[in-house]
Ligand binder design. Sequence first.
Ligand code: ATP
Length: 326
Amino acid sequence: MAGSGTAHLRDGDELLRVQDLTVTFPAGRRRVQAVSGVSFDVAVGETLGIVGESGCGKSSAARAIMQLPPPTSGSVRLAGLELTGLHGEGLRRTRRRLQMIFQDPISSLNPRRRVRDIVAEGPRIWGADASRVDEALHAVGLDPSTTAARRPHEFSGGQCQRISIARALALEPELIICDEPVSALDVSVQAQILNLLEDLKARYGLTLVFIAHDLAVIKNISDRVLVMYLGKTCELAPGEDLVARPAHPYTRTLLSSVPRGPLRLPPEEEPPESGEPPSPISPPTGCRFRTRCPRADGRCATEEPQMRPLAPGHWIACHHPTETPL
Ligand SMILES: Nc1ncnc2c1ncn2[C@@H]1O[C@H](COP(=O)(O)OP(=O)(O)OP(=O)(O)O)[C@@H](O)[C@H]1O
């Protein structure tokens, strides 16, 4: 059902290329630097995880990729098509190819509409086959005969997230951006929704960008994981590699704070007590993590580290990476 627009692309070909993505918001006379020069790509059939603590710019980056609103600057290419600068019909046609699933499934569904109408809205706008609605509901594990005529408030949070996923699937998107899709759900339901997304990805050859603040959630579902801190990228690696050999001091801090994980930082790597992130209105010079980093020195204050390869497929933006496993 999904991915028909990428018929000319094969698994592993580049589907999404984000270059130098920058998003700022007005804050009085200054600007919040929510996303500052972020670059990455996503291959057809891949799941890219994006992780970082609250406020690091994950949602702003996701919305900028969707052009909701477009980024302040930078480039977003979908299967080679530049999305920034598209308007009117061109932008509308492209929107169908990119879908987003949000953190709060209940408030993202119109409470006055029936499930059938919610899922059918996209195909209806596009003049697509209405039988896709039933297929999409079946695909997410909902029986259309008992669910299609009901309204969102009659469902649990997990079921509402299934309806959101069906709504996205019905449009046969090439890429789905999942913005913290399980954070608002009970732990037992989280696993069900994660399993469902994995099943759908395999069945329909979906490409996913999966955003979370919890590495524990993201590491199993992602082929590669991108770590963000205060609007910048810190580290990018295959999920297993990132967990086994986290090299950026921030990634190591994130991993050691996973509640269910056995990972512990050695004392010399513990961040200083005043470990709150600085404001994105006036981020630190040089490396943005330096004010919380136990390895920071003078160079980190003056020279911004750029993403560079550390090992095959493993990239890092740090002057002093730690190459020992946790
Ligand atoms: N519309 C806006 N106007 C002003 N500032 C904003 C706006 N949207 C986001 N921000 C700010 O931009 C920064 C990045 O926010 P964003 O929501 O993208 O981060 P996030 O990593 O997705 O966080 P969370 O997990 O809490 O959603 C934050 O400092 C936030 O306060």
